[in-house]
Each structure stands twice: as C-alpha cells, then as structure tokens.
Design a protein. Structure first.
Length: 314
C-alpha cells in the first residue's frame, strides 16, 4: 500500500467518525456505523483483518439489520474503516474515544479529605476513605458514583441533571448543596444544605427533601424524612466530629476513618452505647479519653494504630 493511499484511508475513516459524532449521518449510516463498532470492539487487536474479512463483517451487519446502504460509498468507507481499525492504532484509539469517554476516579485514604472541582463548575469535598467516579466530559446528564461520604455543591444546569448513585440510593438535583453519607457500614443518609433534591430507594420509592431535611434509608427500602440542622452534617468539612446520640459502633467507624486507625470493641454489648459530643481539630487521644470518661470505658493501645475499647472494671 502506498503512503498516499494509507493517508487517504485514514482521512476517510476520520471523516466518517467525525460525521457520526456530529450527528449528521443518515439513518442508514448511523445504524451501520454503530453496528460496525459494536462488532469491531469484539475482535482481537492481534487479528489481521484483510479486505475479505472486512467484507464478511459488513455483510453480517447488513444481514442482521436488514439494511441495505443506499450508496456504495458508505459500504466502501466502512470497509476501509474495518481495515484501519486493526491496521492503524490511531484510528482505533479515536473510535474507542468516541464510544468510551474517559472515566475519572478520585479516592481518599483514611485520614484524608480532598476538594474536587468538576468542569461543569460543581465542587465536591470527598471525606476520608471514600471515592467518586465520573466521566471526564458530561453529556445529557452529570452522573457520579459515590462510595463513602461527600459534600456536593452543584452548579445549576437545568438541561443536565446531576445524579449521584450510591450502593443503595440515587440522588437527583439541578443545582443545590447537599451531603451524602453512604459508608457501607450503615444505610445512606442524604442531608440538604440548600435547594431541593430527589432521593430514590432501591425499590423505586422517591421523596423530595429541602434545606435542613434528611432522608434516611431504613432497612434498604423505606426512606424516612427528618428535620435537623444540616450544617451539623457537614461539620466534618471544617475538621469537626459531630456526634449526636451516635452508637459507639458507628462512632468507632468515624474515628477509624478520621485518624487512620483500627479499633476493636472487645465487649459487643457496648456497640449500642450512644455518644454525644463535638470535637474540633482534636487529637485522637483526647477524643477517646472524653468518650471513655463519659461512658466509663477503658482504652488500650495495642499498637500505635490499633486500639481496644472495653468495659472499665471496678
């Protein structure tokens, strides 16, 4: 193959891909191109694709779809593209880019927080031991997957709803600020700081909540609405641990994430003890000593990063 012919084939492929991306394909072209890429992505990259094999792929596409291209040039262009996808790494990379937008994952370790600025103008603060995943470029919706806890300040865009999916609920908004706590050790809680959000449970039940309202997922199905100062729910952003009748088992999880330690509750009947308190920029030792004093507990440091909590013996 001459260099001139090679370049010409590459240009034809890129023109066809650009036409599809811009939405200017005819219905026949659109169906054929989508089918072509669907089949091509199932082919091994190491497979040598000849003109004859390219024809076979295209014949199968048109036979399955019962679509006959109106012009021979469409068939010819797709045949050339079939050869190029395997023969030209650049062409195949371009095809993958069209159909598989880059996905970004942001992760925080225990004891770490991270502020993330999205291209749409939204801001996310990711709490310790959490992660979010989202496409580099948003399309008709702004989809985010969350594991753990995050605060969202969403830039308003009525044409592109902002949707956060956790392991058990989905939250849909246009423009607002809210907190989602979805650590796997308890059911998800959504707290609205401003605006309005819609929360959907796994069963499809939906509720709308506004400022200072919270939606708690109860037993993985029902959504329970409560009213409380939502600013308390985002106290963690300003390095403040806020506990309000929080079970010791849950308090321990918060402390583990906050200070990057492991804590064992030796006496299991202590799990349901409730703790209340506010700790801003406190050292780990001070937090634990306060809890131990209030609840008559004994704190033992097995190692620097492993702590045991047990009942205080007389």
């Amino acid at each position: 193959m001459s260099i001139k012919a090679h370049i010409l084939k590459k240009e034809i492929f890129l023109q066809l891909a650009k036409k599809y991306e811009e939405g200017t394909c005819t219905p026949e072209e659109k169906i054929a191109v989508e089918s072509f890429f669907d089949k091509m992505q199932k082919q091994s990259l190491d497979m040598e694709l000849s003109d004859e094999k390219g024809d076979v792929i295209l014949d199968k596409i048109f036979l399955e779809l019962k679509v006959k291209p109106k012009k021979y040039t469409i068939r010819k262009a797709l045949k050339i593209a079939a050869i190029l996808v395997v023969g030209l790494s650049i062409a195949f990379t371009a095809a993958q880019f069209i159909f598989k937008p880059e996905v970004i994952t942001q992760i925080t370790a225990k004891g770490e927080k991270k502020e993330i600025f999205l291209k749409d103008g939204s801001v996310i603060v990711l709490n310790s031991n959490s992660s979010i995943t989202y496409p580099e470029e948003f399309e008709t919706t702004r989809n985010i997957t969350l594991v753990g806890q995050a605060y969202f300040k969403v830039f308003r865009d009525v044409k592109r709803p902002f949707i956060v999916q956790t392991h058990d609920v989905k939250v849909r908004v246009l423009g607002t600020s809210f907190d989602i706590n979805s650590y796997n050790h308890h059911n998800t809680k959504v707290s609205v700081i401003s605006g309005k959000v819609e929360v959907s449970s796994p069963t499809g039940k939906k509720v709308q909540i506004t400022k200072n309202q919270q939606a708690d997922l109860i037993k993985n199905s029902d959504l329970q609405i409560s009213t409380e100062n939502s600013e308390d729910k985002i106290a963690w952003i300003s390095n403040t641990i806020m506990l309000k009748n929080t079970k010791l088992s849950e308090t321990v999880k918060i402390i583990e994430n906050w200070y990057n330690v492991d804590i064992t509750i030796e006496d299991q009947d202590l799990n349901n003890l409730t703790i209340s308190g506010k700790f801003k920029d406190e050292k780990l030792e001070n937090v634990l000593e306060s809890i131990a004093y209030l609840k008559q507990l004994k704190i033992n440091y097995t190692t620097k990063n492993h702590i045991t909590i047990r009942k205080k013996t007389p």
